[in-house]
Design a protein around this ligand. Sequence first.
Ligand SMILES: NC(=O)C1=CN([C@@H]2O[C@H](COP(=O)(O)OP(=O)(O)OC[C@H]3O[C@@H](n4cnc5c(N)ncnc54)[C@H](O)[C@@H]3O)[C@@H](O)[C@H]2O)C=CC1
Ligand SMILES: O=C(O)[C@@H]1CCC=N1
Length: 283
Amino acid sequence: MTSHPIPAPVVLLGGGKIAEALIQGLLRSGQARPSDLRVTVRRPERGEELRSRHGVQVLVDNAQAVRGAGVVLLAVRQAQLRDLMAVISPALAPGQTVVSLSADVRLEQLEAALPSHVSVFRAMPHTPVRVGSGVTPLTAGTRVTEAAKRATESVFAATGQPLWMSEEALTVCTGVSCTGPAYVFRFVEALAQAAMAHGMDAAEAAELARGTLIGAAKLLAEPAATTPRLIAEIATPGGITMAGLEALEANGLPRVVGEAVTVAIQRTRERADANAVAYSTPK
Ligand SMILES: NC(=O)C1=CN([C@@H]2O[C@H](COP(=O)(O)OP(=O)(O)OC[C@H]3O[C@@H](n4cnc5c(N)ncnc54)[C@H](O)[C@@H]3O)[C@@H](O)[C@H]2O)C=CC1
Ligand SMILES: O=C(O)[C@@H]1CCC=N1
């Protein structure tokens, strides 16, 4: 995939967890300098934290922040999103790019809430963007320009891999890649708990489980790695690993993971439906 230059400044409205992960990823990539990044906050203490940690520009006025932005990322929670869009709409100039990171507000509502002269996108990042290892699903609204598409892609190419897809597919991603790191971390905890159940002390168990995940992830990151081959390298036929894997299957690992993904997608859809109703009623 060709990577395009990131149009500065990248403006992040709402300096919370995912915004900070993106700030870190963009700075780490070397494709953005602190002065290229502008973030807005509600609380001055949070602004001071972001400024001192990353050297980025911090503002409290969202309308002021979007003026001259190369890309605007909406990084507040759903409860604040509608008000935020109402505040920035008069300040957005024709041709600007707005990318919502919200998991639960659809393009239809975003496009209705924003001026028709801006390009609107949704992105569904996850926290690995912080270390440049994100896989970020992207979907485009109905009136986007090619330049805006390139601008959007550039942000997520600098923090990992952007993936263009339909909005429906992006909804599925909320339950898979977006929430997925949390499931993997929970698996690491379960592995440590199992070690403790067999007498290992907590610190040693945590280190063992963490090291196992990091080592396994590095193997998976090797070119041409496949999970069947990586499993076959460990599992001697009829041996110890096979016994463990059979226990995972017999106890429903695919069903349990499938259930977590389904429930997360359902929650996303329910919230998006509720937001569609809320947005159709005047404030
Ligand atoms: N945390 C994650 O891994 C991911 C989060 N998202 C989405 O990103 C959005 C933000 O999520 P988080 O960062 O986790 O939440 P968060 O609660 O950590 O961050 C939101 C931030 O926005 C600030 N804020 C609220 N209203 C504001 C306003 N009017 N002006 C300036 N700042 C304002 C809040 O003070 C808070 O710091 C949500 O819509 C979520 O669905 C999407 C993908 C992944
Ligand atoms: O848990 C949440 O609701 C947000 C959206 C996806 C990741 N974090």
